[in-house]
Ligand binder design. Structure first.
Ligand code: MG
Length: 157
């Protein structure tokens, strides 16, 4: 059986914070504000995987008022979700994601992100596709006040 799930996340950006995406630090003058490391790509993928598995959402599994997750590397969330999937005999067939941000350009960092995400999820980098879009200068993302990500995951059992 094949099942798909959709994930979305957005974080505010502020100067002087680290920009971590897919577990990789990307040089940037701004980074996300968040309880964890604010890795929107990992959060969107988490929600896509949980959605496909019928297991709710990231907030249910990793509450943002839980001190355990303060400053947490979001790859830990993915590791936990991987265990939930393993326990149910669900296998990741494919993940596709889009990060929406004005700058910097992410293309050069995608290979490292795919490696890291794949290693964390126990799949091959070929099973993960990453894309980036700007907001053409419009809205909060266009003004570099926010960063967002969308992901879709397909599971097979
Ligand atoms: Mg988030």
């Amino acid at each position: 059986m094949m099942r798909s799930g959709l994930g979305y996340d957005l974080h505010r950006l502020e100067p002087g914070r680290k920009l971590v995406l897919g577990g990789v630090e990307v040089p940037s003058d701004k980074g996300p504000v968040g309880h964890s490391d604010g890795d929107v790509l990992s959060h969107a993928i988490c929600d896509a995987l949980l959605g496909a598995a019928g297991l709710g959402d990231i907030g249910m599994h990793f509450p943002d008022d839980d001190p355990q997750w303060k400053g947490a590397a979001s790859l830990l969330f993915l590791e936990h979700v991987r265990k939930l999937l393993d326990g149910r005999g669900l296998h990741i067939a494919h993940i596709d994601a889009v990060v929406v941000l004005e700058r910097p350009r992410l293309g050069p960092h995608f290979p490292a992100m795919r490696q890291k995400l794949a290693a964390t999820l126990g799949i091959s980098p070929e099973q993960i596709n990453l894309k980036a879009k700007t907001s053409e200068g419009t809205g909060a993302i266009g003004r570099s006040e926010a960063i967002a990500a969308y992901a879709i995951a397909t599971l097979e059992s």
